[in-house]
Design a protein around this ligand. Structure first.
Ligand code: ZN
Length: 281
């Protein structure tokens, strides 16, 4: 699933690759038995570009009032602004984007084969990674130009008065050397969800990968979903605190974020953990 997404080319909003991948994602969710909603919206990017966004949602047991929301962003960053070369070209986004979506597509396949007791919504948010590049200084310290798809959904949920027990975000979950610390924004909005997920990972034998030490608060879709839609969410994200400077892995927003850094074992550990939480929340 990760390789297939990368094969479309960078999934940058307003491009043919983006459009083709959107159609494929919606068809995959439908093939795995989900009720599919494609939510189209527009947002203004940091540079004034109007982005044509698609949030792609696959629902299981849509009638159930007891729901869990699993989400990832599917768009690709249009710049490699943390690289030393080709900074103005888009990245492959094998990890930043495709990995979380890939794991959730496999979870969709599993939920089709063996349904969960709770309702599950798998949401692929668009335009998470179109924030202003590092060569443009932010005048106001604003981070509102990130996560445009999840902000749009939080203000216009695909189902009126949408509620879920909790959410889990997957972002950059595929690197061979990934470490998942307890993320600071998740701990602020959803400490009980974080504890649940990290405990389950440890019980499954993945305690080395899921490290209980906390990161500083970060900005990702799991900031906007609780803040604007009131759904407490945990972020499983590769943010490393035992290196200096601390931050996302060295692939982040560079051309090194390609298929060569993706490891099936990492993807499996994340998927098995999340699916276990869904089956026994
Ligand atoms: Zn990113």
């Amino acid at each position: 699933y990760v390789a297939k997404q990368v094969s479309f080319g960078p999934r940058v909003p307003n491009t043919d690759a983006h459009e083709a991948c959107a159609n494929w994602l919606a068809a995959e969710l439908a093939r795995h038995g989900a009720e599919v909603t494609v939510q189209e919206g527009r947002a203004r990017a940091f540079d004034g570009t109007i982005l044509h966004m698609k949030n792609i949602i696959g629902s299981y047991h849509p009638e159930s009032r007891d729901r869990i929301m699993l989400y990832a962003h599917w768009d690709t960053r249009p710049f490699a602004d943390k690289d030393s070369t080709r900074q103005r070209e888009p990245i492959d986004g094998a990890n930043d984007g495709a990995s979380g979506v890939g794991v959730l597509l496999e979870i969709a396949r599993q939920l089709h084969a063996v349904p969960a007791d709770v309702g599950v919504d798998i949401m692929f948010f668009d335009a998470e990674d179109y924030g202003r590049p590092q060569w443009i200084e932010s005048t106001d310290g604003s981070f509102q130009d990130w996560c445009l798809g999840s902000q749009f959904w939080a203000q216009n949920p695909h189902v009126p008065r949408y509620r879920a027990r909790f959410g889990i975000l997957l972002d950059m979950v595929g690197a061979q050397d990934a470490v998942f610390h307890q993320e600071g924004t998740s701990l602020r909005y959803a400490p009980h969800v974080v504890r649940k997920v990290w405990k389950r990972a440890a019980d499954l034998g993945f305690g080395n990968r899921f490290d209980a030490e906390a990161t500083p608060p970060t900005i990702d879709d799991n900031y906007f979903v609780p803040e604007m839609a009131g759904i407490p969410s945990a972020n499983i994200v590769d943010y490393r605190i035992r290196v200096r400077p601390m931050g996302y892995g060295p692939f982040h927003h560079t051309h090194a974020d390609n298929l060569s850094i993706i490891d099936k074992e990492t993807l499996a550990q994340v998927g098995i953990t999340v699916l276990s939480v869904v089956r026994q929340p």
